[in-house]
Design a protein around this ligand. Structure first.
Ligand code: MCN
Length: 803
């Protein structure tokens, strides 16, 4: 079916409505149950002793005093459990055949590789005794030098995992057919070349709810239920079965309410495996709850890249070549998809522009003695967008032209879609000029530029900066075959089951696993629209592998373009079956039946009708069904999308910088994120707001800082500065809808879009404000201190030059 604005509006008009989220009353009133709220009689509480050293050999461990403490049940070291692990912790993305991946177990066996690495697990009758016992464990370490500098790590002076012989995990080039030599030629012969280095600082995802686990064994049957604050119950089930060697059919994974994840709960964690393993061995429930500073140390971090980018352009600013060299910080070990994160960005360094095949990309990833990194909102794509968009501003400055004008000269034109990019991937649809124009009008770009010219005069201490960024995102992960070509170990499909109950209420069972994105509301709206009922007549079941046995969960802004589309297709299948029953009942030809507003009507005979409710009851009693038709109105669809979904957009902002204090105030922020047809614009706006704030946080506030000994200096919320509500600028969301032609709802994902656009937009505004003072760039986060230092340095250089 060809998607269009009309296609989404074809049902009962529910789609596209700003419906309040069904999920919210339970969350707002405290009725929702999170994993740590669960009452589990007889459970033992686990606490994990974590390494205080970034890099050390374990010489000896004495657990006797801890084990003797009243209330302690048992204490385990890695060596105690090592023989029982069927496999190391999983990494599902071996990006190259020769990728180096050190064996990583739930507890360190002979060596620790970051501050926070698990060393021992204590089980006790309550949480405080378990934590008290940690102080009584005596570990002797042979401390080794920390490795926190990515380039030094590459020199292999100190090898972290000796068995690998190197700190280099892999080098992955993005091979483009027919482009040999073109890139160097472009660099040598083009009128303009900018050569920049950007640092993507490490970020801590800081979900509001830290992780929590309850493993509940059924002592006599052997079944195990794992409750976890995870985004990926289905993946967790498969991986736990493989890692611990327990039969998958006896394992059920359930996520109670989950308080955010932002990618950090897209993983298989040591504590999940430990709780299951110990509960299985001891035949008692085992639970664990993460503390905030533990979360900062032992839950994955995001970003952590050095980006070297060279951008060449002709005399008109048309891009002629692009070279990118990345160094990716893997941290101490590879977690579930760690190695794949830079690859997700690799395809997006060309942004929204017509890039010739003169493109040269490679990424080298290295181990360091810091917390492992992995997917964090956007995963590779914010980094890529930052690099190209910040470099475009650098090019505009070099050419002395307006950055928006430069972008427009390079936009892929609307008529060119679907557009085969230099990477071979096909962008489904786009209208960059429209998105930019909408943003430009909302910000009143020309007036803002005029204001800037008047304000940023010599001696002004309040400098105005205007930021522009554009982006193309590759999300809706993804066609399974494309993932296979990137060596990803799983598929990208999603499943949905839709059943009309005998009383005509509707149940949707989805393989997605929402943790703040509002799928209960959105999937209800999709089904309500298809069946012509009210969304309150639809219930959405999810996040329990016993209820939704098939699924690939929620990440990569995939849930709507894959899972939500699957829901729509399953509804269509149910309606097809219902049509057969209605036709049989009404003695009509099924092709002559129309279905609208929950009613089958014989075309041309408006009084010959049968309501969906009556059909549902017929399907239930099965007294008079067409020959060969199975009873029940229930259908399942497993949908593997034909392409990624390609949301795009333009962000613009205005900032004012106090040159005497370095303080930055974001005066206005405009986000135009085109995610195709919108199921629920209210949810979309919420996703964009949250995403923008997370991008702004990277630009201005957040950084996981380590000292040279590998100690995390920002492991509490006192040191890790997340923006407060008062730091959030007014955000105007602009409306642009360009449906995707590749799925039946015409939708694209939006969960990461805001984050992708925001950091380069803010940083472009910051540099725009200060470039008149001789400042070429500022390292993120542009904290008042960083900004003030940069201003001082620029002033000193200017004075030197004038002397
Ligand atoms: N939506 C819509 N119309 C569209 C696109 C999306 O109505 N055209 C709605 C969807 O129906 C869904 C929501 O927007 O209710 C997000 O959909 P989608 O873009 O498919 O993203 P996912 O549901 O797959 O969510 C994942 C994405 C990611 S990758 C991160 S990281 C992230 C994010 O969502 N983490 C979040 N948003 C988050 N929001 C909260 N509150 N908490 C997190 O941890």
């Amino acid at each position: 079916m060809e998607a269009s604005d009309e296609s989404i509006a074809a049902g009962n008009g529910v789609l596209g409505q700003r419906m309040l989220r069904k999920e919210d009353p339970a969350l707002l009133t405290g009725e929702a149950i999170f994993t740590n709220d669960m009452k589990v009689p007889g459970a033992l509480y686990m606490a994990v002793l974590r390494s205080p050293h970034a890099h050390a050999r374990i010489v000896s461990i004495d657990t006797s005093a801890a084990a003797a403490l009243d209330g302690v049940h048992s204490v385990y070291s890695g060596a105690d459990l090592a023989d029982s692990w069927a496999a190391p912790m999983p990494c599902a993305w071996p990006v190259t055949d020769d990728m180096k991946n050190p064996a990583h177990y739930p507890l360190a066996v002979s060596k620790v590789a970051y501050v926070g690495d698990g060393v021992c697990a204590v089980l006790a009758v309550n949480d405080s005794i378990a934590h008290d016992a940690l102080d009584l464990i005596n570990v002797e370490y042979d401390v080794l030098p920390a490795v926190i500098d990515l380039e030094k790590s590459l020199s292999d002076v100190i090898v972290i995992h000796e068995e690998l012989g190197t700190n280099r995990s892999y080098t992955w080039p993005l091979v483009i057919e027919d482009n040999e030599g073109d890139c160097q030629k472009a660099m040598d012969e083009s009128a303009y070349v900018v050569k920049e280095r950007y640092i993507q600082q490490r970020l801590i995802p800081m979900a509001m709810e830290p992780r929590a686990v309850v493993a509940l064994p059924q002592p006599f049957g052997g079944d195990m239920t794992l409750y976890s604050s995870t985004q990926v119950p289905h993946i967790l089930k498969v991986m736990t079965a493989l890692t611990l060697g327990i039969p998958e059919h006896q394992l059920r994974v359930v996520c109670p309410a989950v308080g955010g994840g932002f990618g950090s709960k897209l993983n298989v964690y040591a504590e999940e495996l430990l709780c299951v393993q110990l509960a299985q061995t001891l035949k008692v429930p085992v639970r664990w709850n993460e503390e905030r500073s533990e979360n900062a140390q032992a839950t994955v971090h995001g970003r952590g890249q050095i980006q070297d980018i060279e951008l060449a352009a002709d005399e008109n600013g048309k891009i002629t070549g692009l070279r990118v060299r990345l160094i990716g910080d893997m941290g101490a070990y590879l977690q579930l998809v760690t190695p794949g994160v830079p690859l997700l960005g690799a395809f997006l360094y060309g942004g929204v522009y017509q890039i010739p095949k003169a493109f040269d990309f490679s990424c080298t990833s290295v181990f360091t003695t810091m917390t492992p990194t992995d997917a964090y909102r956007g995963a590779g794509r914010p980094e890529a967008t930052y690099a190209i968009e910040h470099a475009m501003d650098a090019l505009a400055r070099k050419m002395n032209i307006d950055p928006l004008v430069l972008r427009r000269r390079n936009f892929i034109p609307k008529e060119a879609f679907p557009y085969e990019a230099y990477t071979g991937l096909v962008y489904d649809s786009g209208d960059h000029d429209k998105a930019a124009t909408i943003a430009e009008n909302i910000l009143d770009y020309d007036a803002m530029r005029a204001k800037q010219a008047a304000q940023n005069v010599e001696g002004s201490t309040k400098r105005l900066g205007i930021g522009v960024s554009t982006y193309f995102e590759m999300c809706g992960l993804a066609p399974s075959r494309v993932l296979a070509s990137l060596n990803y170990s799983a598929g990208g499909w999603e499943s949905a089951t839709v059943r009309v109950l005998p009383t005509s209420k509707i149940q949707v069972v989805t393989g997605t696993s929402p943790h703040g994105q509002g799928h209960e509301t959105a999937w209800s709206m999709i089904a309500a629209d298809k069946f012509g009922v009210d969304p309150s007549d639809v219930d959405v079941l999810h996040s329990d592998t016993a209820i939704a046995p098939m699924g690939l969960d929620t990440y990569g802004s995939r849930s709507l373009p894959v899972g939500g589309v699957a829901v729509g297709l399953a509804c269509d299948k149910v309606i097809d079956k219902a049509r057969k029953i209605a036709a049989h009942q009404m003695e009509a030809n099924e092709d002559d039946l129309e279905f609208a507003g929950g009613m089958f009507t014989v075309k041309g005979s408006p009084d010959k009708t049968m309501a969906l409710a009556a059909v549902a009851f017929e399907a239930f009693t099965a007294h008079n069904l067409p020959d060969g038709l199975e009873p029940n109105l229930e259908m399942q669809v497993t949908y593997d999308p034909p392409n990624f979904s390609w949301p795009f957009g333009t962000h613009m902002c205005a900032v004012e910088i106090d040159t005497e204090t370095g303080n930055i105030e974001v005066l206005q922020y405009v986000a135009v994120d085109d995610c195709g047809n919108k199921v629920n614009p209210l949810i979309v706006d919420g996703q964009v707001h949250g995403g923008v704030i997370q991008g702004l946080a990277q630009a201005l506030f957040e950084e996981a800082r380590y000292d040279e000994d590998g100690n995390l200096l920002s492991s509490t919320l006192a040191e890790y500065l997340v923006p407060a509500a008062s730091d959030v600028p007014p955000i105007t969301v602009g409306e642009s809808v360009t449906p995707s032609p590749t799925n039946s709802l015409g939708v694209k994902g939006v969960g990461e879009a805001g984050t992708i656009g925001a950091a380069p937009c803010i940083m472009n505004a910051v540099v725009d404000a200060l470039s008149g003072l001789g400042i070429q760039d500022i390292q993120m986060p542009a904290s008042p201190l960083n900004v003030w230092n940069a201003i001082q340095q620029a002033q000193a250089t200017n004075q030197e030059n004038n002397a």
